[in-house]
Design a protein around this ligand. Structure first.
Ligand code: FUB
Length: 345
């Protein structure tokens, strides 16, 4: 939701109309990546803080330093904060901005995947390992080779293969990787290096994980998101094109790739027959929330599907101080997902 409309919001009224309330209120949390591991719900969010950084379109005000893992025994039970699971000061390669993370499990080990800016100012994706889903996580000394940009989301397919989806525009720097290497040319502006409106939109990326879950087993590939005619969505199609917050889930054999449209504030989805795509745009999962960003995950818990998302209602609209929430979502008989309105009319 654009910032200029926030000053007119009566937050007491809005919170009464919200379809769900923050899962935790003692800290600010965002970008919830939810998983059902061993019969329990684990949420891997960003931990929002006010670090006093100036607001800009590169997201410098998202100056997070650590991660907390949140767990819930059931969808109705209390959300428990397990404290600091990983701090940037313990990650040798990372300097700042611990943005949206995700996690995976394999052979009894838990892997926390996270983006952060390295000392050269370039976002990379790192991994940290633990014997428990709540950490603490021990980081690898270097970022994942060949990783770039932000918002890793790791999907486990039915055959046990894991795939990482990633990428994000503007502050997430995806536009600076168009030629395959980082374009260090000034200006460091969110809109420099972007395609023109009539050109195909920038695409998210995917790479299969190696057996050890610590590296990619292949060079990352772009994921096509097509319109109903089979054409790539265009950069000027701001209400449908990929911006950030990739997520993948599988429902009845179909792969659902969902993402945020960034500056138009929707969570959208596209479907396909392979974890590599192509995916065809299908519609919106979530209408705009309070706060500029929208970021979600989708998780099956005991046969029902849930959308985990965030908004800035608790902080009365501070876009960098968000709170994670959850609500049920439904797949219809034709495979479409019913659009959620986060606040009742
Ligand atoms: O939380 C920092 C950034 O904001 C995330 O990486 C983006 O997806 C957006 O939610």
């Amino acid at each position: 939701m654009p910032e200029e409309s926030i000053e007119h919001i009566d937050f007491d009224e809005l919170n009464k109309k919200a379809i769900s309330q923050p899962l935790v209120t003692h800290i600010y949390t965002a970008d919830p990546s939810a998983h059902y591991f061993d019969g329990k719900i684990y949420i891997y969010p960003s931990h929002d803080v006010d670090a006093g950084e100036a607001f800009d379109d590169l997201g410098s005000h998202f100056a997070m330093e650590d991660y907390h893992v949140i767990s819930m025994d059931t969808v109705d039970s209390e959300a428990v904060d397990h404290g600091v699971a990983l701090h940037v000061k313990d990650v040798p390669w990372a300097e700042r901005q611990m943005w949206a993370p995700d996690a995976a499990v394999k052979n009894g080990k838990y892997y926390l995947y996270f983006p952060a800016k390295a000392y050269d100012g370039i976002f990379r994706i790192g991994v940290a390992v633990s014997d428990t889903p709540t950490g603490p996580f021990i980081p690898e000394k270097e970022a994942i080779k060949g990783s770039f940009s932000i918002d890793p989301a790791v999907f486990e397919d039915e055959d046990g293969s894991h795939y990482m989806y990633f990428g994000g525009l503007w502050g997430g720097q995806l536009q600076r990787w168009r030629t395959g290497t980082f374009n260090a040319d000034e200006p460091e502006s969110p809109v420099a290096h972007l395609p023109a409106d009539h050109e195909p939109a920038l695409l998210p990326w995917v790479a299969k994980m190696a057996d050890d879950m610590l590296q990619f087993s292949e060079k990352p590939k772009e994921i096509s998101i097509l319109d109903e005619k089979g054409n790539l969505l265009l950069a000027g199609d701001n209400e449908r094109r990929f911006f950030e917050a990739a997520w993948l889930h599988k429902y009845k054999g179909t792969y659902y790739f969902s993402y945020s449209t960034g500056d138009t504030h929707f969570i959208c989805y596209a479907t396909g027959d392979s974890p590599y795509g192509p995916f065809t745009y299908r519609g919106r999962i979530l209408e705009p929330v309070v706060g500029w960003t929208s970021h979600h995950s989708i998780c099956e818990i005991k046969g029902k599907w849930y959308l985990f998302y965030h908004d800035s209602s608790l902080s009365k609209g501070a876009t960098h101080l968000r709170s994670i929430k959850m609500t049920v979502i439904e797949h219809q008989a034709d495979g479409s997902i019913t659009t959620i309105k986060p606040y009742m009319d």
